[in-house]
Structures are given as C-alpha cells and as structure tokens.
Design a protein around this ligand. Structure first.
Ligand code: ADP
Ligand code: MG
Length: 228
C-alpha cells in the first residue's frame, strides 16, 4: 500500500498477509505507518496504490461498514469507545451486528466474562481506567464475531498480570480460527503470542519472519529492540 500526506510518505509499499488461526505482529517505531496501514485495511483511508483482499476478494473500495459485516473488526490506538454508554451496552452495539434481542444480550455477557469486566458491566465506559478501556475495545471487536481482528496497541496501559491474561485471550481467539493482527510496543507480548512478525520502518516492511528470526535479525536488533 502507498499513502501520502502532503509530501510525507506514510506508507511506501508496505503490506502484510494475515492468516486465519494465527497471530500476526506488526512492530516498528512511532511514525512507521502501522496505524495508517490499519486505516487502509479497515477502509477508513483509501490508498493511493495497492489492494486489500479478504478471502482472495478485492475489498479496496468497500466501505468500513461493509468490511465489518464481512467479518473485519478493529480497535484504535486512541480509544474510540461510546463513552457515555455502559460497558455492557458498548458490547451490545457490536453484538447487534450479527444478532438481535436476547441473542445479542447473551453475546455481550459472554464477551464481558471473557474480557473479565463482568463486575464493571454497568459502569460508563468513560469511567474505566485505560487498561480496562482497551480491553473493552477488544471486547467490542470480539462481540461482532470477527474473522479478522486488527488490534492497535491494545496492551498500552495494562499491568503485567493484565498483559498475561490478554496474551491468553489472543491465543484463544486465534485458536478459534480468527486472523489476529497485533500492533504493539510490548515486545514480550509480541514475541510470546505472534506466529509471524512484520517490522515496519518509514512506510516499508524491513523484516518479516518468526519471532525467533526477528529477534536475531541484526538490523532489527540494532534499530528497534536495542542491542542488549
Ligand atoms: P505509527 O502508527 O506506526 O506510529 P502512523 O501510521 O500513525 O504511524 O503515522 C505514519 C506517518 O504518517 C507519520 O509520519 C505521521 O506523522 C503521518 N500521519 C499519520 N496520520 C496523518 C494524518 N492524518 N495527516 C498527516 N500525517 C499523518
Ligand atoms: Mg500508531
């Protein structure tokens, strides 16, 4: 994909493949183009060149809503919750993508339990601490039963225990057949849950491989992970 903002090439030929049942990581320094890539994949930004395909079908010109109905869900680096709605209602909104009435209620309750926010069900989303708010965004994405899940820095603001639970959740979701794509700065989390990792810099993919290979890649080590 190519995306330019004025003279700035945010994406300069970057791309990735995400497979069902796997967690695909996207890492790189701030400004590398990770969030812009998610905007293109989810349909919020049209690329100047390049294509997005889902199950082999070109969806580059489809609206975000249509992509969502076809099973694509995402979270945002800058949280985008329905702040004045309760935690449960944030989930119900998404559950209603695929179900009505009682079934949507049941989906919302299942997701509440899954993300560990059952006791906060009636709290307004605005009142949640950041770690929990990010979990709720992941929950809202899950409530639509996605086949492709794009997560933009979901673990920012989580403590160690929250991150460990979150890692288990991601592995479970992938195990159910979802294609999970994870943008994250927490290298411990990335290296422990990802099957494959792409490294972005200045709008280009500069490395791609297993977590083990990426951790041994000298270019990546020097530039992003620190020599130690
Ligand atoms: P990352 O998520 O990897 O930190 P971004 O995708 O947010 O990177 O940004 C990539 C580049 O595009 C940066 O140089 C950023 O300043 C620029 N950029 C992102 N969004 C906009 C925008 N809406 N207008 C102008 N420049 C933008
Ligand atoms: Mg970003």
């Amino acid at each position: 994909m190519t995306v330019t903002f004025g003279g700035n090439r945010a994406l300069d030929g970057a791309g990735f493949a995400a497979e069902a049942g796997r967690v695909t990581g996207l890492i790189g320094p701030n400004g590398a183009g990770k969030s812009t890539l998610f905007d293109v994949v989810s349909g919020l930004r049209r690329p100047q060149s390049g294509h997005v395909t889902l199950d082999g079908r070109d969806i580059t010109r489809q609206t975000p809503a249509r992509r969502a109905r076809r099973g694509m869900a995402r979270t945002f680096q800058r949280l985008e919750l329905f702040g004045r709605l309760s935690v449960r209602d944030n989930l119900r909104v998404a559950a209603e993508l695929g179900a009505r009435g009682r079934e949507a209620d049941r989906t919302a309750d299942r997701v509440l339990d899954r993300i560990g926010l059952t006791t906060d069900a009636d709290t307004a989303a605005d009142a949640l601490p950041t770690g929990a708010a990010r979990l709720l965004e992941v929950g809202r994405a899950l409530a639509g039963r996605p086949r492709v899940l794009l997560l933009d820095e979901p673990a920012a603001g989580q403590d160690g225990e929250e991150t460990r639970r979150f890692a288990a959740l991601l592995s479970d979701v992938a195990g159910e057949g979802c294609a999970v794509v994870l943008v994250e700065h927490d290298m411990g989390l990335v290296m422990s849950v990802c099957d494959e990792v792409y490294v972005l810099d200045l709008g280009k993919v500069v490395a791609c491989g297993s977590p083990e290979a990426i951790q041994q890649d000298q270019t990546v080590l020097a530039a992003y992970l620190g020599e130690a």
